[in-house]
Every structure is written in C-alpha cells, then in structure tokens.
Design a protein around this ligand. Structure first.
Ligand code: ATR
Length: 282
C-alpha cells in the first residue's frame, strides 16, 4: 500500500484500538477494488469522541468505523442517522458527506449477507430462529432477522426481561422471549431451523447453559457471532452432531465491506480476507 497525496483517509476510532483487524481488512479491500484509500487506527478516548468526530470534516477524512466504547455515544454527535443505526441504537460507520456526518450500522447487513453465504435456504424458507442473548450484539441480529422476514424469532436470555424488551421493540408480532434454562429453551432449540449465539459465552470455553443440541433436528444450522476462538463449545457440539455451522468471521468482514461500500461506492469481494483471517485465528 502506498499513501499518496490523493489518498482518501478512512479509519477506526476505539479505546482500545490496537487489536482491531479493520486496518488489515481495509488494506485488502483497497487492493481488491483498486481504490486509493488508507485506513488508520485512531486511539480515541471516550471524553475526546465529540472532538474527534468534529475534526473529520476539517481533516477531510472520508469516514471512520466506531468500535468499543463509542458505538452508542457517537449518536448524539452526528448530523444524521440512517434507519439501521437509529433502530439498532448504535453506529459503527460514520460517513463524512461533504461536511455532514451521517451514522450507519452495517452489522445487520453484514450478518444477513453472511447468513446468505452459509445457509441460503434457512433465510429463503423463513425458518424459525432461536437467538441466544439480548445485549448490544443481539439488537443488530434481531433487527436483521425481522428485516429478513423471519416469521418466528425466539430470544433466550439469562435475564428474560431484557429478552422481552428486545422482542417488544423489534418483533412484537413474531417474536417471543424465554429464559436460558428450562423446557422452553429445549423446545425452541428442537423447533428452530437456525440457532444463533450473540452472547460472550464461548469466548473462554464456556458452554451455553440449558442449550443441548441433542434436541436439534438434522437440518438445524448453528451460527456463533464469536470468531476468536474459531470454534466455541457450541460450534464444536454442532460439528460433532453433523449440523451446518458458521462462526462470526464472515459477518465481521462483510460488515467491513459494507462500510467500505458506503465510503467509496465500491463493494469489495470478501473471500480472500476471510481466508487470510482464518489462517491467523485457530
Ligand atoms: P454485547 O454488546 O457483546 O452484546 P452486552 O450488551 O453486555 O454485550 O450483552 C451480553 C450478553 O451476553 C447478554 O445477553 C448477557 O446476558 P444478560 O443480559 O442476562 O446479562 C449474556 N451473557 C454474558 N455473560 C453471560 C453468562 N455468564 N451467562 C449467561 N449469559 C451471559
């Protein structure tokens, strides 16, 4: 990659930011599309976020991704919000549109694109879907599933009240909430054609309490948003039972590709980045 006077500047604001895979990913996108962009990690602390965003037009920075802890806080510092960002309540992509800062959220689109890539029949058939978790990540997933027209969405969470609120907000007609343990979860897992983990359970080898894939039918697909480790206990169990499965690496790359498209108008292909990351993450 060569930085030239004409290069468009892109980046990511986070605290911390040094573990972000986005600079590597966007370097691939630049190479793949032939666009003259450079992507810079900016270590921005919470108290400096409004100033850092306000500086984008002054520095002619075309856009930035936002990561922890800025995704929600940024909303009040922007000039406009796309519908996905407003609904999900978080911004992961800021676009400098001639000095006007517009916030979007590409997580839902990245997730749906990855579901289409892995399990197209699950989406086209409108299969009943079980979502584990009701936190920030679950918001984008439930929003996306509702947008995709999934007719039955079951949200299971340790704190069931949070699951109820999520259902009431995103899919009041088609959703229902349940706790993490008990018969309701087992029967949902038995009926769902798609099971999605949005919680942090599995990051450090934890299983999901109350979720036993023994009840899942042979056509059930399992998706875990966690991509590092590449195989959580949930995905290991899915593999041992011969179920279709995917981790969140494809979603990570596809949400990044969506950001790149917003900034440059070019949609990069994602396969080479996904393969490169797969080799690094075991
Ligand atoms: P994120 O933005 O990654 O979604 P979050 O908003 O803090 O993070 O949400 C974390 C999710 O993981 C929640 O659904 C949380 O369940 P609770 O709402 O009941 O807290 C779930 N989670 C985290 N640790 C958990 C654990 N040990 N057991 C069960 N659920 C857990």
């Amino acid at each position: 990659m060569t930085i030239q006077g004409s290069s468009q500047i892109l980046g990511v604001f986070g605290d911390p930011v040094n573990h972000s895979l986005s600079p590597i990913m966007h370097a691939y996108f630049a190479e793949e599309t032939g666009c003259d962009t450079v992507y810079v990690p900016f270590h921005v602390r919470g108290e400096d976020l409004s100033q850092a965003l306000a500086a984008l037009p002054a520095l002619s920075i075309r856009g930035v991704n936002l990561t922890v802890p800025h995704k929600e806080a940024a909303m009040s510092f922007l000039d406009g919000l796309e519908p996905a960002a407003r609904s999900i309540g978080a911004v992961n992509t800021v676009s400098n549109e001639g000095g006007r800062l517009v916030g979007d959220n590409t997580d839902a689109r990245g997730f749906l694109a990855d579901l289409w890539a892995h399990f197209p029949d699950r989406l086209s058939e409108g299969t009943p879907t079980l979502v584990i978790g009701a936190g920030g990540a679950a918001r984008a997933i439930v929003y996306a599933l509702n947008q995709a027209g999934i007719p039955d969405i079951w949200v299971a969470n340790r704190n069931q009240d949070k699951a109820s609120h999520l259902v009431a907000e995103f899919c009041p007609g088609t959703g229902s909430s349940l706790g993490l343990e008990g018969n309701a979860l087992a029967s949902a897992a038995g009926e769902a054609g798609l099971i999605i983990n949005t919680t942090s359970l599995g990051l450090h080898g934890e299983s999901i309490p109350g979720l036993d894939l023994a009840v899942a039918g042979p056509q059930t697909a399992v998706y875990d948003l966690i991509y590092n480790p590449a195989e959580t206990p949930l995905l290991r169990e899915a593999r041992s039972r011969g179920l279709a499965r995917a981790n969140g690496l494809g979603m990570l790359v596809r949400q990044g590709a969506e950001s790149y498209r917003i900034w440059t108008g070019q949609m990069p292909t994602v396969d080479s980045v996904i393969e490169a990351f797969k080799e690094q993450i075991t």
